[in-house]
Design a protein around this ligand. Structure first.
Ligand code: ADP
Length: 217
């Protein structure tokens, strides 16, 4: 199954993509996580992306395409969940062309829907393990007590200024991707409010219509 998880920052794409990967046997590709890894490792892509990511701006389309297509080619195109790509209409067009060139296409785009205040609240409560990149939420998924608190940090782009830029950027550059996929009739909306498992159950309900999964088979 080939899925895109789409939504504004903070809607829980990363969490739900990880659950889908684990339970549906899909490969999880997160362009945000790949950029953060590249920044940590100071690769050429990382050095280029650093300022954009820190400020909460979109990285130029070509770099996002490079990193996403390389990951797709590496894992193969049989089963994946893309999280954070595409984020502009140009990226969506490139992804369609890329998949067509490999004789395949997306099965579904899941649009995660959450109110802006909920997004701001979630992002400001979010923390990350500096070395592993694992994400936590101070209330709903606190870091385990055996993790060194010095390694738990706030992402630079989860600070108020960057959050504002990301939400603005989402409405300006990313939201139009929804219309692109509506025209192709492959997008469904999922309410992203609620506990992790509640949201996951909604996603499974949607997926069951195209492919029965572990909980519905
Ligand atoms: P979130 O969805 O919470 O904003 P991500 O981890 O998906 O977080 O992305 C973090 C940052 O990585 C983005 O703000 C942006 O700077 C960069 N990024 C990730 N994916 C893309 C993309 N497809 N195009 C451009 N920039 C991207």
């Amino acid at each position: 199954m080939r899925i895109v998880l789409f939504g504004a920052p903070g809607t829980g794409k990363g969490t739900q993509a990880a659950l889908l990967a684990e339970r549906r046997g899909l490969r999880h590709i997160s362009t945000g996580a790949m950029f953060r890894d590249a920044i940590r490792a100071r690769t050429p892509h990382g050095r280029m992306a650093q300022e954009y990511v820190r400020r909460g701006w979109l990285v130029p389309d070509e770099y996002a395409r490079d990193i996403a297509e390389a990951a797709l080619l590496e894992i193969g195109l049989d089963g994946f969940v893309l999280d954070g790509y595409p984020r502009t209409v140009v990226q969506a067009e490139w992804l369609s062309a890329f998949l067509t060139a490999h004789d395949t296409s997306l099965d579904l785009v899941i649009a995660m829907d959450l109110c802006t205040n909920c997004i701001i609240e979630r992002l400001s409560m979010r923390r990350m393990h500096r070395e592993t990149g694992e994400h936590y939420h101070l209330a709903f998924k606190p870091p385990p007590p055996d993790v060194d608190p010095d390694l738990i940090v706030q992402r630079q782009d989860d600070r108020p200024d960057a959050i504002r830029s990301r939400i603005e950027g989402y409405w300006k550059a990313t939201r139009p991707v929804v219309d692109y996929y509506r025209q192709q009739d492959i997008i469904v909306d999922v309410d992203a409010d609620g506990a992790f498992e509640e949201v996951y159950a909604r996603i499974e309900e949607t997926l069951a219509q195209i492919a029965p999964g572990p909980q519905t088979a």
